[in-house]
Design a protein around this ligand. Structure first.
Ligand SMILES: N[C@@H](CCC(=O)N[C@@H](CS)C(=O)NCC(=O)O)C(=O)O
Length: 210
């Protein structure tokens, strides 16, 4: 099994963490999906990582699709809970965390454009999604140790990936001060081995000319 990733990507990180937690052997292939020579365009019509490659199978893409497939293939431990209430809760938290990451990516890309082409209104619009999304996550968590019930699910992995990506791309938002319960949660989980092994690392990408 091979997983195509980008080192800063919060979406790729979700899958990288899940594969480690499930003890699945796999090879990580690092790509830069924004560059002209990316391998993604031949494997995913949307040109995005993560992409899971298995001999004899079609490439799989989208972190949610890949993690659900991995849960079916290697159900121990399960990251999408079986109980309908917990299952939908985990997906809702994942949707918000991924949505915050989407807004962070859009701000990052806007800032890669030539300065005269950048839109402050667009950046502000995305920033609002980030502030509101993190506020929602903070209130969903409350004083719990895990987002869903008392176990580690895709909700936790998505939020953790999103928060550390936020530190990388949007450090002006100090969520640790703004939402102390998220800071406590982050402190509690930050030494998890699968997190330590997948910390986001910046990549250099080609500048967009227009
Ligand atoms: N919904 C997708 C999002 C994946 C995504 O946006 N990946 C980014 C990297 S962080 C990408 O490859 N972007 C390249 C592009 O949009 O051209 C998922 O969960 O996998």
């Amino acid at each position: 099994m091979k997983l195509i990733i980008a080192t800063p990507s919060p979406y790729a990180r979700k899958v990288r963490v899940v594969l480690r937690e499930k003890n699945v052997e796999f090879e990580e292939i690092i790509d830069v999906p924004w560059n002209r020579d990316t391998v993604t365009k031949n494997l995913n019509p949307l040109g995005k990582i993560p992409i899971l490659i298995e001999d004899g199978n079609e490439p799989l893409f989208d972190s949610k699709v890949i993690v659900q497939y991995l849960d079916n293939l290697f159900p121990n431990p399960l990251f999408y809970p079986e109980s309908p209430i917990e299952n939908v809760g985990a997906k809702l938290v994942e949707a918000v965390a991924d949505g915050v990451s989407d807004a962070l990516v859009l701000i990052f890309l806007e800032n890669v454009r030539l300065e005269k082409l950048r839109s402050g209104d667009w950046i502000d619009r995305q920033a609002t999604k980030i502030y509101q999304g993190v506020k929602y996550l903070s209130s969903y968590l409350g004083t719990k140790q895990f987002f869903i019930g008392d176990h580690f699910t895709i909700a936790d992995i998505s939020v953790f990936s999103c928060l550390e990506y936020l530190d990388l791309r949007f450090p002006r938002f100090n969520w640790k001060i703004e939402h102390p319960n998220l800071k406590n949660y982050w402190d509690l989980h930050k030494t998890r081995q699968s997190y330590l092994e997948t910390k986001p690392e910046v990549q250099t990408i080609e500048t967009m000319k227009n």
